[in-house]
Write a protein that binds this ligand. Sequence first.
Ligand SMILES: Cc1cc2nc3c(=O)[nH]c(=O)nc-3n(C[C@H](O)[C@H](O)[C@H](O)COP(=O)(O)OP(=O)(O)OC[C@H]3O[C@@H](n4cnc5c(N)ncnc54)[C@H](O)[C@@H]3O)c2cc1C
Length: 362
Amino acid sequence: MTTEPLQPIAEEHHTDVLVIGAGPVGLYQAFQLGLLGLRCAVVDALPHVGGQAAELYPDKPIYDIPGIPFCTGGGLADALLQQLRPLNVPLFVGQTITHLRRDDATATFELRSSTAQVFRCHAVVVAAGVGAFEPRRINLPELRALEGRQVFFFDDALPQLTGKHVVVSGGEEQAIASALALEHTAASVTLLHRRDTLSASEAAAEAWQAALARGRVRLVAGLPSQARLGPHGLTHLQITEPSGSSRDLPCDAVLVRQGLSPKLGALAEGGLVLEKKQLPVDTATFATRQPGVYAVGDVVTYPAKKRLIVCGFHEAAMCAYALLEALKPADAGPLQYTTTSALLQQRLGVRQEKLAQSPNTA
Ligand SMILES: Cc1cc2nc3c(=O)[nH]c(=O)nc-3n(C[C@H](O)[C@H](O)[C@H](O)COP(=O)(O)OP(=O)(O)OC[C@H]3O[C@@H](n4cnc5c(N)ncnc54)[C@H](O)[C@@H]3O)c2cc1C
């Protein structure tokens, strides 16, 4: 799975359209907008792009993407990102949109994120899926202040854990995969789960047993009850074992892989009209009932809506054309094909290459 470097955070980012959500549909939305010549940026709460596909089933197969007989969730995210790259769309990852406000007088939006980034734009596309993915935390308030330094939630942190004594918290596939990924790089790896049995596929359970036999990982059953801090931060995690006794696990980093819970949060509270946590849309334009706010993908509802990636891709294309009509009507000429349009090929950065390779097809 590709991990994009964080975009340097400008105090304010101005663009035509802000896409909330970098799942498969949000990424394709940005592609369609860029292709039509609209400036856009994409924001996601996760530290990487790909939404559910990258986070919930990165290694599982998908068989129903048009023209791609087989790919994995992570592979699809990579391919969408690769397709988007020539359009130079800024990606703001690891931040959740927390405020959305429209200035009716100027018909512009101001949005704010959890990292205090401000976005100003003329339209918003909500591609928020089932909500912002937030990690389930360990219920110890003292760990909050250590997030990003000694407490982590995603595999993007793995390189930072080299040579460290790491406790991986969780007992399912993701936690096992993270513990296995650290087997040869961390100083020690302790998988901490409330029970001494794990919930894993046969393949993951076999890989775990093999790692146990190599003696480079261990499983400890218990629940964290206290974080012990020294002058330089976390030194031990105190746990309560199933027997009720306490035990200290020495560690200098904790990777919490206890799953994610999606939260619509600001979108639900920001005045958007939701029906059963979904946004009703006009299926010709994918406009919501709020002026300037559009929505695509799993977050929308309309008669016979299917929560399929292919449906989200269609919605994104329709929405991009509607936004071109709304924001730059003078540019909304006849439909152009990427196969034959010099303009679209120029935007994709393939025009020169095509000419050089095959002048007869220019
Ligand atoms: C196990 C599983 C298997 C599946 N297999 C298939 C399949 O084979 N074929 C198929 O077509 N579909 C499949 N799906 C469904 C498919 O994954 C979804 O339809 C698709 O991911 C929807 O894409 P999306 O971009 O709309 O939303 P998501 O993928 O949910 O992405 C939304 C993104 O928005 C972000 N976000 C939300 N709110 C905010 C906010 N306020 N600020 C910042 N970011 C925010 C979230 O963090 C998330 O990354 C599967 C789903 C699951 C769970």
